[in-house]
Design a protein around this ligand. Structure first.
Ligand code: ADP
Ligand code: TYD
Length: 202
């Protein structure tokens, strides 16, 4: 099973993924955890570009191409072999991130076309959180914010994610988690909401 976790910056993805991994392991899944942008060459280049404080040293078209390139190599070198070996692959961000983030300022159809060869995940876990909550977390826990972390952009992004999920609703299982719950309640919330689609394997 190939599971992608999605949500805006500050939705609590990393925290939720750690709990999700425990939940899946307890249900008999051998989990391989991964993320995009990846640790491979293109993924590293993307992180470097995003992290630069000075004027953006790239165009948005270039960035969209880099995310798509990183994804295709991620699939070929890591995701597909792990799935073939019987692992449950859990990725922090995937296709829907490009469809939401890059289409915020580029034509949606073009971004989708770039990602034509990226297979769909089996399940998307979307962490829904208000822009206010996301901004408060980002301000509290991070020094400096990345380019994607302004109110206007996060609002646009939330709308874009909703559009993507509506489009793919019939083809991918999409499960929503409430990103507003307290950290102590994340595990219980996962248990309650996801037990139905991840039955015990053993
Ligand atoms: P993301 O990966 O989506 O950017 P993180 O999981 O890194 O988000 O969370 C950002 C910050 O918010 C972290 O420092 C984390 O401790 C805090 N945080 C995450 N989830 C919650 C939550 N449900 N309630 C309160 N704080 C949270
Ligand atoms: P990431 O390191 O996952 O950031 P965070 O931990 O804050 O969620 O991703 C870096 C940024 O890249 C993040 O703001 C989302 C963005 N991104 C895209 O714009 N398109 C994509 O296809 C992916 C995978 C990420």
């Amino acid at each position: 099973m190939f599971i992608a976790v999605e949500g805006i910056d500050g939705s609590g993805k990393s925290t939720t993924i750690a709990e999700l991994e425990k939940f899946l392991a307890a249900r008999g899944h051998a989990v391989h955890r991964t993320a995009e942008p990846t640790k491979l060459d293109t993924g590293r280049a993307i992180r470097e570009l995003l992290g630069q404080k000075s004027e953006r040293p790239y165009t948005r078209h270039e960035l969209a191409l880099l995310f798509a390139a990183d994804r295709l190599r991620h699939l070929e070198e890591e995701v597909e072999p792990m799935l073939a070996a019987g692992k449950t692959v859990l990725t922090d961000r995937y296709l829907f991130s490009s469809l939401a983030y890059q289409s915020a300022d580029l034509p949606y159809e073009w971004v989708r076309e770039l990602n034509r060869f990226a297979r769909l995940p089996d399940v998307v876990v979307y962490i829904g959180v208000s822009v206010d909550t996301a901004l408060a977390r980002l301000a509290r826990f991070r020094q400096g914010t990345e380019i994607f972390e302004t109110r206007g952009f996060l609002e646009k992004l939330t709308t874009a994610y909703e559009r993507v999920m509506a489009e793919y609703a019939g083809r991918v299982t999409i499960e929503r988690l409430d990103g507003e719950v307290t950290m102590e309640n994340i595990a219980a919330d996962i248990e309650q909401r996801l037990s139905g689609i991840f039955p015990k394997k053993i």
